[in-house]
Design a protein around this ligand. Structure first.
Ligand code: ZN
Length: 1018
């Protein structure tokens, strides 16, 4: 309540100041204003700073201006005051108030979040610069795309230009210091007159985004202030950090699926900021990003130097000022391109971040640190203290001091930073002809055109230019590359000749050979049809395209990674991409694609009786099914042919459909439908549009958001239900056909308990005190305590027995497996496997299962080591599994081990069994003892997708200890009662990157009544 009075007061003060100043303020010269020390504010800063070594002369005071209102006059408290946080509307309003009062400040809207909150960009510089922002934006835009720009002209632009330093606050909602700090920084930059600040204002342009995750910030302020006002009550979790994902909103830099990522990327293209500096709060006291390496291998090496130079400058300057615990190097790696600040890094600018110490709010409290956080290391010569009192103001001081120094560093070397930006951009354009590749090709005959377009449009949203070949052409492709990026399926053996990666052979444009060129042993000619998409590498963002499409090798010798280690997008989308080194491809006649890539769809052939949609696993087919949810459809159980065209197993069959309705859906979605009057004899079954529930937990939601994003984008309806509702709904089957458990949990105990049932009830609803808890698309409840409990587990089991489909992903499989619903399955924690987010090869084992409909033999899947799924009772070890040796004895390990005093008899050969035979093997002599524990054969688990053998397992990332996972089940279907449980060891919906796996889930959903189809007779 106290806070709301504060809001009212501050709003009144703001209004008063506005009225008092009159309408001329924005044009007023800053020089006409009186500026002096703000004694009260300064005193409050010092009072709330716990130690002198948590402050600098840059921030230990605040000036007062007769023209521009300081933060406290609007907010009712100083920035960094204890126990108070501000909502987005107040922060944005203060920034707009600044802009209305200072000619050095302007505010731009960056767009809105999923829940409709505004993200803003505050631009600050001296008056002359602010009046010419468009001109400076024009200069950075020209340097960003230096095609046709001479070095002399570039030099003139660099002399004339100004680097742009963009600081972004609170992408992670419990990290609350930066939105407050950026208000004070904006004010300070607008009014203070020290040489350091004048240099920043004169030589550069500062951009500030006070809150990046606006939805989550407001929700967290509610959670925090509720706790402050009700210290005895149960503490609320921040169930939703943002609308979709939690901490992972900072891993959306590849597909730009969240509104905040889209807004930041769009804003980057409007300014081409030289530096994007993201502010985080977690570890003591100020970590400045460089990372341990390995650094992303596709970046211009200049970036690495820039990271080091900037970090060491700030470490040194702060250490000179006596600040303790400022360090760099450790903590993170620098490998994956999925961080938000890749909006800059991926586009030839600099992306970096801070981690300051945090109290997860504005508390002041004592902290004892683990020895690992306080040890002296080469990169941390002045480490944090074992024990310290830490305040919100300490956090503000360190963030703001570091940022001011970073901004000063760039402003003082303005031309150097612009020059580097130009060189990086220029070398990115030269990449096609220097290191290569020359281009990436997306062949026009890809069997999955919709997901091909989806992937191309991700690249387009990253500013990557796409062209289309006007005619068929050929190009040489290195034989040594992985088949996932166009190489041959088997590596070339000994005859491979090195050093011919860039053959001098002319490209054979037009599909015809101009000269009969000799093909080098290292490369093979591939032919591409007219209309193939070409991503030329002589464009400014070639490096980002190459980063995203290439394969990645992360050595087990390198420091442990911080996030995913593989991300090859073509493989994840199951879309063919070819890496072409042959520079002749740049001369193929092609047209630039303007805007988004679209696929033309519609109904072909003139029949009226039956409409056929060939199953190609394009994600759009699922959209099509739901768009025509009321139209009966069937799925073909075998491949078939009509009028010379082949249709895959799983093809959608619509009898007596409404041509107009089908045509409209097909053409909107880019789906090709064939209309025939031929009588089909292929076996088929109903293809449903089932009622889906996606279950969440009240403790936290992290990965379910990626499911929601992909389902929402594809317009597949679902109900978002809580564990507590499942607990209280005995007949789930009446409401749902399928329930999906995304991988947010991995412990049965935690799932059953949820938020423990103690203390007061905890409603999750919007109230005057918590106005931001709920938004459409989220969930609400009268009480979020109690978890799933045993009754929830029982309800889920009953749901399956009554014919429902339960889908569990990654760790969530502990519920049916360790919870005792499934049989002949176990989960094992990896012992030696290191696989922290990789792309692995898997093969379809059971092509007749409806879950595999439309897929080919192989699929690249996303996997991160959690639990390993095992099928069977564990009898019958496979030959030489785990490299086991024979018993101790005579001779070498392979010689006959002769027993003394009798004739030698060689041991029985270990039987060679396939993985499936091994899993289902039960020795006859044991069968009778197991007796009733063995389910009938038609209830055995059915492995649909299996990881490849160890030597072929890895496509991209860090993989160590592969034999532990090799040939293990990746997707398993288990019948149970009338229904099925589908267990994914992989994750079929990860960060909106792996659309190639989506249909494993969609097939299971749409065929949920018929998953036993095609089961091999035992
Ligand atoms: Zn963070």
């Amino acid at each position: 309540m106290q806070k709301c009075i504060g809001c009212l007061l501050s709003a009144l003060v703001g209004l008063f100041l506005l009225l008092a100043a009159g309408p001329v303020a924005a044009g007023q010269s800053a020089g006409a204003c009186e500026v002096k020390d703000d004694a009260a504010y300064t005193a409050a800063i010092r009072k709330n700073t716990t130690e002198p070594f948590f402050s600098t002369e840059l921030v230990d005071h605040l000036p007062w201006s007769s023209c521009v209102p300081a933060p406290d006059t609007y907010l009712g408290h100083i920035v960094g005051a204890p126990d108070v946080l501000d909502h987005v509307a107040e922060i944005n309003a203060y920034m707009r108030l600044l802009a209305s009062r200072s000619p050095r400040v302007r505010v731009f809207s960056m767009g809105h979040s999923e829940e409709g909150r505004e993200m803003i960009l505050v631009a600050i510089a001296d008056e002359a610069t602010i009046q010419n922002l468009d001109r400076y934006r024009g200069i950075t835009a020209r340097l960003a795309d230096p095609r046709g720009l001479s070095d002399a002209d570039a030099k003139a632009l660099i002399q004339d230009g100004k680097p742009i330093y963009w600081a972004s606050g609170s992408i992670h909602s419990p990290e609350t210091g930066s939105p407050e700090m950026l208000m004070e920084l904006a004010y300070r930059l607008a009014v203070e007159g020290t040489p350091l600040l004048e240099t920043i204002r004169k030589n550069s342009i500062v951009l500030l985004t006070p809150v990046s995750e606006t939805d989550g910030h407001d929700r967290y302020v509610d959670v925090y202030m509720y706790r402050k006002h009700h210290p005895q009550a149960n503490t609320y979790p921040l169930t939703w950090w943002g609308h979709y994902v939690s901490h992972d909103n900072n891993r959306d830099g590849i597909t730009l699926s969240l509104d905040l990522s889209k807004n930041i990327t769009k804003t980057f293209f409007e300014w081409h900021a030289t530096v994007l500096h993201d502010l985080h709060e977690s570890i003591p006291y100020l970590y400045i990003s460089t990372g341990t390496g390995p650094y992303n291998a596709w970046l211009d090496p200049i970036v690495t130097s820039e990271w080091q130079q900037m970090a060491f400058y700030e470490v040194e300057e702060l250490t000179q000022r006596g600040v303790i615990g400022v360090w760099t190097h450790g903590f993170y790696d620098g490998w994956a391109p999925n961080y938000m600040f890749w909006a800059a890094v991926g586009h030839n600018a600099i992306g970096r971040f801070y981690e300051t110490f945090s109290n997860v709010g504005a508390d002041t409290s004592e902290h004892s640190l683990e020895p690992s956080a306080t040890s002296r290391e080469w990169y941390r010569p002045n480490p944090p203290l074992p024990k310290v009192k830490w305040s919100a103001r300490d956090n503000i001081n360190l963030q703001q001091s570091g940022l001011l120094l970073g901004m000063y560093n760039v402003a003082s070397h303005a031309q150097e930073y612009l020059q580097n930006f130009y060189i990086k951009s220029k070398r990115a354009v030269a990449k096609a002809r220097t290191e290569g590749p020359a281009a990436w090709v997306f062949p026009a005959d890809d069997p999955r055109p919709c997901d091909q377009a989806r992937l191309l449009n991700i690249l387009e949203s990253q500013g990557i230019e796409i062209s289309r070949a006007q005619q068929a052409f050929s190009a040489l492709v290195p034989r040594t590359e992985s088949p996932a990026i166009g190489g041959e399926s088997k590596p070339v053996e000994a005859k491979e000749e090195r050093g011919e990666a860039k053959p001098a052979v002319a490209t054979l444009a037009g599909g015809e050979q101009k000269t009969k060129a000799k093909e080098p042993a290292t490369a093979a000619t591939q032919h591409f049809p007219a209309g193939s998409y070409i991503i030329r590498m002589d464009q400014p963002y070639s490096r980002f395209a190459d980063t995203l499409l290439d394969t990645q090798y992360y050595s087990p010798r390198d420091p442990r990674p911080y996030d995913d280690t593989g991300w090859t997008l073509g493989a994840l989308a199951n879309v063919k991409t070819v890496r072409v080194m042959d520079t002749g491809i740049l001369d193929v006649p092609m047209t630039r694609v303007e805007g988004k890539v679209t696929v033309s769809g519609g109904v072909k052939w003139s029949g009226h009786a039956t409409y056929l949609v060939n199953h190609n696993t394009d994600s759009a087919l699922a959209t099509f099914r739901y768009r025509l949810a009321s139209v009966p459809m069937e799925a073909a159980e075998e491949p078939f042919e009509v009028s010379g065209q082949k249709f895959a197993r799983g093809t959608f069959i619509i009898a007596n459909g409404d041509r107009g309705q089908i045509e409209a859906a097909a053409s909107d979605l880019g789906i090709s439908v064939s209309a025939t009057d031929e009588k089909l004899s292929v076996a088929r079954h109903g293809l449903e549009a089932p009622r889906i529930a996606l279950m969440h937990d009240w403790r936290e939601t992290q990965d379910d958001g990626w499911f929601r994003i992909s389902l929402d984008q594809l317009k597949i309806p679902y109900t978002y239900i809580a564990d507590t509702r499942v607990r209280e709904t005995p007949n789930l089957r009446e409401q749902f056909d399928a329930i999906i458990l995304p991988p947010d949990w991995d412990d049965l105990s935690g799932m059953l308990q949820g938020i423990p049932l103690r203390g007061n009830p905890m409603p999750w609803k919007n109230t005057p005190e918590t106005p931001n808890f709920f938004a459409p698309g989220l969930d609400s409840s009268d009480d979020i305590r109690g978890g799933l409990s045993y009754s929830g587990l029982a309800n889920l089991g009953e749901f399956v027995r009554q014919g429902g489909l339960l889908v569990t992903v990654e760790g969530a499989s502990v519920l049916p497996v360790d919870g005792g619903i499934t049989e002949m399955l176990s989960l094992r924690r990896p012992q030696r496997l290191v696989c922290p987010g990789d792309i692995l090869q898997a093969s379809v084992e059971d092509a007749k299962s409806p879950i595999a409909y439309g897929y080919g033999e192989k699929l690249y899947v996303y996997y991160r080591a959690g639990s390993i799924l095992n099928v069977g009772f564990g009898f019958g070890r496979r030959h030489a599994e785990d490299g086991e040796a024979r018993s101790s004895g005579r001779g070498s390990s392979t010689d006959p081990d002769v027993i003394q005093g009798r004739n030698y008899m060689p041991p029985e050969e270990e039987p060679k069994r396939t993985p499936r035979e091994q899993e289902l093997y039960i020795p006859d002599e044991i069968r009778m003892y197991l007796g009733s524990r063995i389910p009938p054969a038609d209830q055995f688990p059915r492995v649909i997708l299996r990881f490849a053998e160890a030597k072929n397992l890895l496509l991209s990332g860090l993989l160590d200890g592969a034999p532990e996972l090799a040939e293990k089940p990746a997707v398993v279907d288990v019948p149970h009662g009338q229904g099925h449980i589908l267990l994914f060891a992989t994750n079929p919906m990860w960060r909106n990157e792996n659309s190639g796996s989506f249909f494993l889930l969609f097939n299971a959903l749409m065929n949920y009544r018929h998953l036993d189809v095609g089961r091999a007779a035992k």
